[in-house]
Design a protein around this ligand. Structure first.
Ligand code: ZN
Length: 648
C-alpha cells in the first residue's frame, strides 16, 4: 500500500500534459492542448488536455480523466499500479509497498507475462557475456555487425543457447509458471525452448515493456526460417507494434518525421549512428494500426527501400492506407545492393541524412514514375495507370493537396487536367459517402458514451434514426447537484466567505440520502459528507483525484464540460475560456436544491395519493395519510413559492 503522503506527492507532481505527451503529440490551443486520441481512431484531433485543470477529455469517444486515469486506461493498470508508474516517472520514492495476498492473487495475467519476458530478456542477454557459446556465436555476430556494448545493452540483445531446454529449466527453477511460458511462446508444447541457437532481439511496447522476441538464426540450416518471432499473446499483437518505436518516439516527435526501414539491425545501426527517428515494421507489410501508431507522433513517414527490393509494387498498394490517414509519405530507394545498414556504414551519418533528403520522393510521384517506366508506352496500360492513380489521389482527404497532384500528374501523364480531375472527383464522391456514414456512426457513439445522452438510436431496415430519450428526472436532478458539488464545492455561496457551495449542499443532501436513485451520485454525496466532517472543507480535487474511479470519472466529465469546447470544429478554433453557465453558482445552487426537493416531494405526494386509494386501508390509517399528504402539499407550495423568489 502506498502511504497517503506519497500519493499526494505523486498527484501534485504529475503534470497531465507531460504524462500524456509520452504517448501522444499535443499541440497548444490557447490554454489547452490538443492531439489525436489514443483511444479511438480519428483524423482530426478531439482529444483535449487542460494543464490548468489537470485533466484530459476526448470529445470523440468520451474518454476522460486525470493523469492517473490516463495511465490506467492507456497502460491497462490498476489505480495503485498507475500511481507506481507515475512515481517511477518522476523519481518519487515509494517508501513501503506491502502487497496484500489478495492483491498478489489478483495480479493480472499480463503482469506475470511481462515479468517472464523481462526475466527471459535478462537470461538471453547474460548468455552473451557469461557463456562461452554466447560469446563465440552471439556476441561475435553483434560485434561483427558493428554494435557497441552500449547498443547491445540498450536494446537488451541476447543469445538463445543451442541446448534445447536451458531457458525453460532456468525459468522453472525460479518458480515461473510453465503455462505462462507457453502462452508467451518461449516454451513449446513439449517443454522445449522455442528459441534455440539464435541471436535475440527483444520487442518493446510503447511504454518500454518487452512484449515479444525475434530470433535470428546464424547457421545455414535451410530447413529453419531465418527469423523466428514470438507468437501473438495477450500482450503482443504484431499488427499493432513497430520495432524500435519506444526508443524512437521522442526523436520522431522532435524531427516530425518517422523513418521506416525493414530490418531490426537497420534500426539499431541507424540509432547507434545518431539517426534515432527510425522504426521497422518487423517483417510484416505496414498495417493500418501501425500507421495510426505513427500518426500519434508525426504526419510524415519516410520509407526506405533496399535498392533490390522486389516487392516494392506490392508494398505501394499497402500505402494507399497512409494517404487515407492524411499523412505525408515519402519513399527513398537505396542504390542497388545496399540495405540501410550497409549504406549507412559506407557513408556515415551526415551523408546518409543528405541522401535521404535529396532522394526522398513523394509517394504519388514515386508511384507514377514506377508505373510509367514499366508500361508507359502501351495505350491500354496507360488508361489503367490513369485509373489507378486517380484512385490513389482520391484517397487524400485534403482538396488542395489533391489539386496539386492533378497538376503534377496531368503533366507527367500528358492528360488534360479536367479529364483527370473528373476521374478523381468520381472517386472522391464515393469516399465522401462512406465518410459521411462513418461520421454519423461516430456521432451516435459519442452521444451514447458521453453520459450527456439525450438520444436513443433506432435501427430500421437500413436507416438509423435518432430520437430523444426520456431522462429519469430523479437521476437528472441528483446529477445536477453533483455537478455543482464537484465543480464548485469550495466556491463561496454568499459574499461572506464562510459558507461554500459544498458546506451548504452536503448537510441538506445528507437528509435525502435514502431517496437517491443514482448510486454514483449517492456515493459522491457520502464521500463529500465524510470529507467535509474530516477537513471542514471540500475541494474539486478531492473528487477529481478520488481513488474510486466512478467518483473520479463523473467529476472529470462535469469539469471538462463539452460546453467549453463547443463548436470548435465549425469555427476552426478552440475556445478555452468561454464562461460556463454553471459559473453562476449562487443562483444555480439555490435553484437546483429547491428543484431537487420539489421533485422528491412531488414523488412522495403521488405515492401517498395511491396509498389513500387502496381498498383495504383502515379509517385510522387513512386519516394519518391525509395529514401527511396535507403537510407534503404545503411543503410543495412553499418550495414552489421559494423557487419563484430567487433573484436572478
Ligand atoms: Zn477518443
Amino acid at each position: 500500500v502506498i502511504p497517503n503522503k506519497t500519493v499526494e506527492e505523486i498527484l501534485s507532481t504529475a503534470r497531465v500534459e507531460d504524462v500524456i505527451e509520452d504517448f501522444v503529440t499535443l499541440k497548444r490551443r490557447g490554454v489547452n492542448m490538443m492531439g489525436l486520441c489514443p483511444f479511438h481512431d480519428e483524423k482530426t484531433p478531439s482529444f483535449v488536455v487542460s494543464p490548468a485543470k489537470g485533466l484530459f477529455k476526448c470529445f470523440g469517444c468520451g474518454k476522460s480523466g486525470t493523469a492517473v486515469g490516463f495511465i490506467m486506461e492507456h497502460e491497462n493498470l490498476t489505480y495503485p499500479e498507475a500511481l507506481k508508474y507515475l512515481a517511477n516517472r518522476y523519481n518519487i520514492v515509494i517508501e513501503e509497498i506491502e502487497i496484500s495476498d489478495t492483491e498478489r492473487a489478483s495480479k493480472q495475467l499480463s503482469d506475470s507475462l511481462y515479468i517472464i519476458n523481462e526475466f527471459a530478456a535478462k537470461y538471453f542477454n547474460e548468455n552473451l557475456s557469461q557463456t562461452e557459446e554466447g560469446r563465440a556465436i552471439g556476441l561475435s555476430y553483434f560485434k561483427e555487425r558493428g554494435f557497441l556494448d552500449k547498443t547491445i545493452n540498450h536494446w537488451q540483445l541476447g543469445y538463445a543457447m543451442k541446448e534445447g531446454r536451458s531457458l525453460t529449466q532456468t525459468a522453472i527453477s525460479k518458480q515461473f509458471n510453465v503455462e505462462n511460458l507457453k502462452v508467451l511462446g518461449l516454451t513449446t508444447q513439449n517443454d522445449n525452448d522455442f528459441f534455440r541457437e539464435r541471436v535475440i532481439f527483444p520487442i518493446h511496447n510503447l511504454s518500454g515493456k518487452i512484449i515479444a522476441f525475434a530470433g535470428r538464426i546464424l547457421t545455414n540450416i535451410k530447413t529453419q526460417p531465418k527469423y523466428l518471432n514470438s507468437p501473438e499473446s495477450e500482450i503482443y499483437n504484431k499488427r499493432k507494434n513497430l520495432f524500435g518505436l519506444y526508443f524512437a518516439k521522442n526523436e520522431i516527435r522532435k524531427t516530425d518525421e518517422c523513418i521506416l526501414v525493414e530490418g531490426y539491425t537497420d534500426v539499431m545501426t541507424l540509432h547507434q549512428g545518431g539517426v534515432e527517428n527510425v522504426v521497422a515494421s518487423s517483417g510484416t507489410s505496414l498495417t493500418e494500426e501501425q500507421i495510426r501508431l505513427i500518426n500519434r507522433f508525426t504526419k510524415n513517414i519516410t520509407i526506405i527501400y533496399d535498392g533490390d527490393s522486389a516487392g516494392i509494387k506490392a508494398a505501394l498498394r499497402g500505402l494507399d492506407l497512409v494517404l487515407k490517414e492524411d499523412m505525408n509519405v515519402r519513399l527513398v530507394l537505396l542504390p542497388d545492393g545496399d540495405d540501410p545498414d550497409s549504406f549507412f556504414k559506407k557513408n556515415g551519418t551526415e551523408k546518409f541524412k543528405q541522401y535521404i533528403e535529396v532522394n526522398k520522393k513523394d509517394f504519388i510521384a514515386f508511384k507514377t514514375d514506377l508505373l510509367l517506366e514499366e508500361n508507359g508506352n502501351d495505350p491500354i496500360k496507360r488508361a489503367e495507370i490513369l485509373r489507378d492513380l486517380a484512385n490513389t489521389v482520391a484517397l487524400i482527404p485534403d482538396a488542395i493537396k489533391r489539386l496539386t497532384y492533378v497538376r503534377e500528374l496531368s503533366t507527367k501523364l500528358e492528360i488534360d487536367e479536367k479529364v483527370l480531375s473528373g476521374e478523381i472527383e468520381k472517386e472522391v464522391n464515393k469516399h465522401k459517402r462512406d465518410r459521411a456514414q462513418q461520421i454519423q456512426r461516430e456521432k451516435i457513439r459519442e452521444s451514447r458514451l458521453s453520459g450527456e445522452s439525450d438520444v436513443t438510436i433506432e435501427r430500421g431496415e437500413d436507416t438509423i434514426s435518432i430520437k430523444p430519450v426520456e431522462v429519469n428526472p430523479d437521476i437528472y436532478q441528483e446529477r445536477n447537484l453533483i455537478r455543482l458539488l464537484v465543480t464548485g464545492g469550495d466556491t463561496a455561496l454568499e459574499d461572506q466567505k464562510e459558507l461554500t457551495v459544498g458546506a451548504y449542499l452536503l448537510p441538506i443532501l445528507k437528509d435525502y440520502l435514502e431517496y437517491f436513485e443514482d448510486p454514483i451520485s449517492k456515493k459522491i454525496v457520502e464521500f463529500g459528507i465524510q470529507q467535509l466532517e474530516k477537513n471542514k472543507k471540500i475541494e474539486p480535487k478531492d473528487f477529481l483525484y478520488n481513488a474510486d474511479q466512478e467518483i473520479s470519472k463523473m467529476s472529470v466529465d462535469y469539469t471538462m464540460s463539452k460546453y467549453e469546447y463547443a463548436k470548435w470544429e465549425e469555427r476552426g478554433v478552440y475556445l478555452q475560456t468561454q464562461p460556463m453557465p454553471e459559473k453562476n453558482f449562487k443562483k444555480d445552487t439555490y435553484q437546483s436544491i429547491l428543484r431537487f426537493k420539489l421533485h422528491k416531494v412531488k414523488k412522495d405526494i403521488k405515492e401517498i395519493e395511491t396509498l389513500i386509494k387502496l381498498p383495504d386501508i383502515t379509517e385510522e390509517q387513512k386519516l394519518i395519510d391525509i395529514q401527511v399528504l396535507q403537510a407534503l402539499l404545503k411543503e410543495r407550495n412553499d418550495i414552489a413559492k421559494e423557487l419563484t423568489q430567487i433573484i436572478y
